[in-house]
Design a protein around this ligand. Structure first.
Ligand SMILES: [Zn+2]
Length: 177
């Protein structure tokens, strides 16, 4: 048996039987079975694909998009924690190849409050089906404030103009900081 340490709980595990992280900066590093299984129990970000409303989950070390959706898997890979101070911060990702970020904001996950109009417009268009012909995904990264969630919307770069026309806003609006 070749021994190694789980990168999350530091338990000694057999490298042969262990699992490994499949996203982010720790990709390929050893993870024990328990940590692997628990990782997506409290996702750091979820992403919903526009065309079929399929939702994918991403934990600190693993995600379930890896083998199914390249754009979302690539996005998950880019998600990192940004700290505002010792206690507060938020997760944030970057646009995968071929996509452009159109919404970068947040909303109240309990009261539904949102500071940027584009979030409300996006929600309306999402609910009414106006966006059904658009290739996009919406991501909801966690923040240190349990009452608010980030929202990032990524549009396929060939449909950016169409998205802007539907939403009725000409410029990128909002900043999650
Ligand atoms: Zn572990």
């Amino acid at each position: 048996m070749t021994e190694t340490k789980c990168i999350s709980c530091e338990e000694i595990i057999d490298i042969e039987s262990g699992c490994s992280a499949d996203r982010g900066e720790h990709k390929g590093e050893p993870l024990c079975e328990n940590c692997y299984c628990d990782d997506m129990g409290e996702p750091i970000v979820t992403a919903s694909r526009g065309k079929d409303k399929q939702t994918y989950y991403c934990g600190n070390y693993t995600s379930d998009a890896d083998y199914e959706d390249n754009a979302i898997a690539e996005y998950f890979d880019s998600v990192k924690w940004h700290s505002c101070d010792a206690w507060r911060g938020y997760y944030k990702g970057e646009a995968p190849a071929g996509y452009e970020q159109m919404v970068d904001s947040w909303f109240g996950s309990v009261d539904g409050y949102f500071p940027d109009d584009i979030v409300g417009r996006f929600h309306e268009a999402y609910e009414s089906g106006e966006l059904d012909g658009i290739e996009y995904f919406a991501a909801f990264p966690r923040t240190s404030n349990v009452f608010s969630s980030g929202i990032e919307v990524y549009i396929h770069n060939q449909q950016v103009d169409e998205f802007k026309r539907i939403i009725g806003i000409n410029d990128e609006v909002g900043n999650a900081s």
